[in-house]
Ligand binder design. Sequence first.
Ligand SMILES: Nc1ncnc2c1ncn2[C@@H]1O[C@H](COP(=O)(O)OP(=O)(O)OP(=O)(O)O)[C@@H](O)[C@H]1O
Length: 314
Amino acid sequence: MQSPVISIKNLSKTYKSGFRALKNVNLDIRRGEIFALLGPNGAGKTTLISIVCGIVNASEGSVVADGHDIAAEYRAARSKIGLVPQELSTDAFESVWATVTFSRGLFGKPPNPAYLEKVLRDLSLWDKKDSKIMALSGGMKRRVLIAKALSHEPQILFLDEPTAGVDVELRHDMWEMVRKLRESGVTIILTTHYIEEAEEMADRIGVISKGELILVEDKRTLMRKLGKKQLTVTLRNPLDSMPEAISDLPLELAENGHALVYTFDTQQEETGIASLLKRLGDQGIDFKDLHSSESSLEDIFVSLVRNNREGAAA
Ligand SMILES: Nc1ncnc2c1ncn2[C@@H]1O[C@H](COP(=O)(O)OP(=O)(O)OP(=O)(O)O)[C@@H](O)[C@H]1O
């Protein structure tokens, strides 16, 4: 197997306040993947990204980016990484072109106007290249952040909440752009509150909760392993309560007694639906509709984080 593009070992961070924001995080990022880091507010996502990008120092542990230790060989490691932060802190009076040219220069890269033109064109920013940043819309400013992060041709791109507060159209444009970048060989690590975003984009998912990386899994495996399916049986005649004879089944009464919801595991070979329907028939419970649904990554995420909280409290 190829060596990881980023290797994080036994990483911990205690802030000066004494707060332990990261606890012994171990994570390898594979070359060319899209990795989504999910976690509730304050879980430690930004701290982790900031350490990998050399903005915050680790208290313990190490980070190696494309063969370079982020502490011992900061410049070499950092030049491999592009970071799209949550907010723009560029000089508002600069033009788009001046900003991206300057960003590239910061990494000691020789000028390459053709490359920067391609970046701006890919981000639909080319016709704004002479506009001042302050004259751009919020969505355009986001694109400038990405252009800046890509200006020095990084192999690894971090996107911290790339689509927070952007409209649906721009979100889809960004997803498209991230996919194109991956096709060109860039490894992408994104943090997001939009679980839909991770579900749509990621190859692998990491879940962080209270400074601990509680799970890292291939997205498809995760959804198969932890996903549940539900079958909603819409009844012809509503029920006041769950009949005793079927109370042993994983059933819940819903919609004011107009429906029964049956939950089953996607991993089990037998869904039990045939026997459910037979037992409903035996009880004279008629139904007029059946409809099944699958749990989303959101359901899985919520239950993982809830379990972690309860586990920590116990
Ligand atoms: N400089 C600091 N000093 C002390 N505590 C800090 C500092 N920076 C962050 N923290 C704390 O560390 C924890 C993790 O913060 P972090 O910003 O990494 O979380 P996050 O997962 O990115 O959250 P969000 O989704 O809200 O951005 C929070 O409880 C935060 O208050």
